[in-house]
Design a protein around this ligand. Structure first.
Ligand code: SF4
Ligand code: SF4
Length: 238
């Protein structure tokens, strides 16, 4: 594969650069709390007509209840759009795969985006996560804060990215921590970047970045399914 004519991080969204990852500040704002019901004026109580007027105000209350769903709703990713997620639901949707923290190159002639196996300087290969998530946007200027609009605009988001899946109306895979109940399954299934990062960005000369181009981050993973307990026991006896 020929190397990109010029190297820089892609900015498909008009931003300066690109390693993306989870976003906190830019997570969807919680839905606005409903306006408190207007209290009927004291005179209104005295007048039967005014009482009748205030009665229908009970209906918006019911409407509001159905709009703001309880935080604990099971499988919220199936029932809510990205815009409807609470901040904590938004955060929990990230599977921790780390694919979006890999450095990407853009061929300026074609606009094609290429992933590399070089990770952002704040990426921790051991934990497969950002080592300073709270301050990431201050320390890495081109770390993108995902929003629902950006999820839909960034064509290079990995096909397994949970935000992309939900935006496309698809379900999460068995290895997603929200489904499995364990943050380890994304690594056990071989879906994450753990063990696949060859260097951090400051450890590689820019001119050598093309040598690190890899295809797997843009491919749907073929996860390794855990062995059923019985089968695992049997194989252990061999
Ligand atoms: S699910 Fe993976 S690709 Fe998507 S934001 Fe989280 S770490 Fe990045
Ligand atoms: S700053 Fe953190 S979250 Fe952002 S790309 Fe780098 S490692 Fe990922």
């Amino acid at each position: 594969m020929s190397a990109p004519a010029k190297l820089h991080r892609p900015a498909p969204n008009g931003e300066n650069a690109t390693p993306v990852r989870r976003r906190q500040k830019s997570a969807p704002e919680p839905e606005a709390k409903p306006e408190p019901e207007a209290k009927p004026k004291p005179e209104a109580k005295a007048k039967p007509e005014a009482k009748t007027k205030s009665a229908p105000q009970a209906k918006p209350k019911i409407k509001t209840k159905s709009k703001i769903k309880p935080e604990t709703d099971a499988m919220f990713w199936k029932t809510r759009s990205l815009e409807e997620l609470t901040p904590s639901q938004w955060e929990s949707l990230c599977d921790g795969c780390g694919r979006c923290c890999l450095i990407k190159l853009e061929d300026e002639d074609t606009g094609e985006i290429y992933f590399t196996d070089i990770a952002c300087t704040l990426f921790s290969a051991g934990t497969c996560a950002c080592s300073d998530y709270a301050n990431r946007r201050r320390r890495v200027r081109d770390c993108i804060g995902l929003t629902p609009a950006k999820v839909r605009a960034l064509a290079w988001l990995p096909p397994s990215c949970a935000y992309r899946l939900v935006a496309e109306g698809r379900d999460l895979a068995w290895w997603h921590p929200l489904v499995s109940g364990s943050p380890q399954t994304v690594h056990e299934a071989g879906v994450s970047a753990r063990g696949r990062v060859r260097a951090l960005e400051k450890q590689v000369r820019l001119a050598d970045y093309p040598d690190h181009i890899v295809k797997w981050p843009r491919q749907m993973p073929r996860p390794r399914k855990p062995k059923p307990a019985a089968a695992a026991d049997a194989s252990d006896e061999l």
